[in-house]
Design a protein around this ligand. Structure first.
Ligand SMILES: Nc1ncnc2c1ncn2[C@@H]1O[C@H](COP(=O)(O)OP(=O)(O)O)[C@@H](O)[C@H]1O
Ligand SMILES: O=COP(=O)(O)O
Ligand SMILES: [Mg+2]
Length: 565
């Protein structure tokens, strides 16, 4: 058919329903909501308490993950929204939960994260910009803690904080690479003590992880209190509570904790809350949103960022342990362009060059898809492959993938056209997932919490990434000893790794072999309750590309926008 209008044009063409009318059929009343306009609301924490008292969440969880993507992403968020719509078209009771976008990618490479085409959440321009202010609140709370810390040092440093052993940088919600490494405190004694500092993206702040794992205000405060921001001259941890900053930070986050609810183009309620990336953080939306959705529906469709080696691994080894949520089925999103990207062993990526038909390259790229299928099966969950069809894809390319999955990999697969057709384009996929989710699931995380820190890291590196082993740099060895002493050897691990490859080398496509994972540093996210493991050259503050999306945007005199996608 003709070309599809832009995401923004499609979004503007839809007459949305009042948000109270969208959620009422699922059991949320008007006074359960804090209305933020007619199309957006936050769910009051009292309503969540009421849902908890009504009994256990009935919903089955369908986790949407992907193969190793091109830098543009292969359609997990589009598929999550489309699948939620398709399930409702099948008469199933289904809700969607996705993360809220960061302004970094919106003005950078990937653009927004509100889905696309006829599988978007609305109002896409609000959601992709300031939305309900959660990211701004997190940035302010993060920087309040940083300010109080430096002020404590200036005002006499009673806690004897080691100035060169501070683990709490500043945060910004913008891909501003020049702020990665900074020096603060210049300007003489009136300003403070000069020291190295830096910024991380708000999505990578421990407060983001805390917001995504907290189950209420008390838990939020307890988690914030436990955050380790520095060590003193004796090497003992200094926490947010030691600084007396717990309640001030919690005050800034008390509204951000409430999950946001909006609607998809077809009127399915969608929770859009929390926004950790899956390379530099744990990569899934808030547990509190998943919990509300699972109470209100039979199926919750939720996404995990980047490939299954990142978001899905963390959902299953970290998030499922903290919350009452585990995957009953997994939708693994594949795209012809990503398969060709691996098949042609392309690096650096030139996604436009992947539009030409090349069935052979599709076949050559299937090894990456197969590795993700086998990874997910290790967790005991049924996998369905969703071939997310792009306009340029040919029948031959799409059929090659579907047939390979069914004939060679032994997993159900379906072409998905939810971008071009909305829920209608995901009916076959939804039917496969209902069948998979309704079967008994033998879900199991991949490692025991009692395993040593090294063993946990080696398990993920060898079983999921395909490494031969792990090389711990000397600092990382010291970190392991100290963290074991501090009693952090029985918590999950959250690996920060490039999303461009299954390995820790972005240029390696397909299924890299004969390589060892490099671990540089391990530090505790004591508030979140897991260890962060930094590998190779992962960046916690991304930069802008040569042609940022920002430079193609336009604000028209009537207030409408173009170039936001
Ligand atoms: N089938 C499709 N056809 C055209 N564009 C698509 C399709 N699926 C996704 N996109 C676009 O590709 C980009 C990545 O999609 P997204 O769902 O955000 O991927 P992910 O969540 O995996 O990063 C978005 O701009 C989205 O609108
Ligand atoms: O954390 C990354 O998420 P996407 O893969 O959805 O961009
Ligand atoms: Mg996404």
């Amino acid at each position: 058919g003709g070309s599809i209008p832009s995401d923004y044009e499609i979004a503007q063409s839809v007459t949305t329903k009042h948000i109270t009318d969208v959620v009422e059929p699922y059991g949320l009343e008007a006074d359960d909501l804090q209305l933020l306009g007619e199309e957006t609301a936050k769910v009051e924490l009292e309503a969540i308490e009421r849902l908890r008292e009504e009994g256990d969440p009935a919903g089955k969880t369908i986790l949407v993950t992907g193969m190793t993507p091109t830098p543009l992403g292969e359609g997990k968020t589009v598929t999550t929204v489309g699948l939620g719509q398709a399930l409702n078209q099948l008469g199933e009771d289904a809700l969607v939960a996705i993360r809220e976008p960061s302004l970094g990618p919106v003005f950078g490479v990937k653009g927004g994260a509100a889905g696309g085409g006829y599988s978007q959440v609305l109002p896409m321009e609000d959601i992709n910009l300031h939305f309900t202010g959660d990211l701004h609140a997190l940035t302010s709370a993060h920087n309040l803690i940083a300010t109080i810390l430096d002020n404590h040092i200036k005002q006499g440093n009673e806690l004897d904080i080691a100035v060169n052993w501070i683990n709490w940088p500043r945060a910004i919600d913008m891909n501003d690479r020049v702020l990665r490494e900074t020096v603060v405190g210049l300007g003489g004694d009136v300003t403070g003590i000069p020291r190295e500092d830096g910024f991380i993206l708000t999505a990578a702040s421990e407060l983001m992880a805390v917001l995504c794992l907290a189950d209420g205000l008390e838990d939020l405060k307890e988690r914030i209190a436990r955050i380790i921001v520095a060590y003193d001259e004796d090497g003992d941890p200094v926490t947010v509570d030691d600084l007396g900053a717990t309640d001030a930070a919690a005050i800034l986050l008390k509204d951000a904790l409430k999950p946001n609810v909006v609607q998809t183009i077809e009127g399915t309620p969608a929770f859009v809350h929390g926004g950790p990336f899956a390379n530099i953080a744990h990569g899934t939306n808030s547990l509190i949103a998943d919990e509300v959705a699972a109470h209100l529906s039979e199926y919750l469709v939720t996404e995990a960022g980047f490939g299954s080696d990142l978001g899905a691994e963390k959902f299953m080894n970290i998030v499922s342990r903290f919350g009452d949520v585990e995957p009953d089925a997994v939708a693994l999103v594949a795209s012809v362009r990503a398969l060709k990207y691996h098949g042609q062993d392309m690096w650096p990526p030139d996604v436009d060059a992947l539009e030409e038909e090349d069935v052979d390259a599709v076949y050559d790229g299937l090894e990456n898809l197969e590795k993700h299928v086998r990874n997910l099966q290790q967790f005991g969950v049924p996998v369905v492959v969703a071939v997310n069809r792009f306009p340029q894809d040919t029948d031959a390319e799409v059929e090659a993938v579907v047939e390979h999955c069914e004939d060679e990999l032994g997993v159900p697969a379906a072409e998905s056209t939810v971008f071009a057709e909305g829920g209608e384009g995901g009916i076959e996929l939804a039917e496969h997932l209902v069948e998979a989710a309704d079967a008994e699931s033998e879900f199991e995380p991949l490692y025991d919490l009692e395993a040593s820190i090294e063993e946990k890291i080696e398990t993920v590196a060898t079983e999921i990434y395909g490494a031969d082993g792990v090389e711990f740099h000397s600092d990382a060895r010291d970190d392991i000893d100290r963290l074991t002493e501090l009693g952090f050897d029985d918590v999950p691990i959250c690996l920060s790794k490039t999303f461009h490859s299954l390995s820790d080398d972005a240029s390696e496509k397909g299924v890299p072999e004969d390589w060892t994972l490099e671990v540089n540093e391990i530090y505790p996210s004591a508030g979140a309750g897991f260890l962060v493991v930094l590998t190779a050259d992962v960046l916690t503050l991304p930069g802008l590309p040569a042609e940022p999306a920002a430079e193609s945007m336009e604000l028209h005199s009537d207030g409408s926008i173009s170039g936001l996608f």
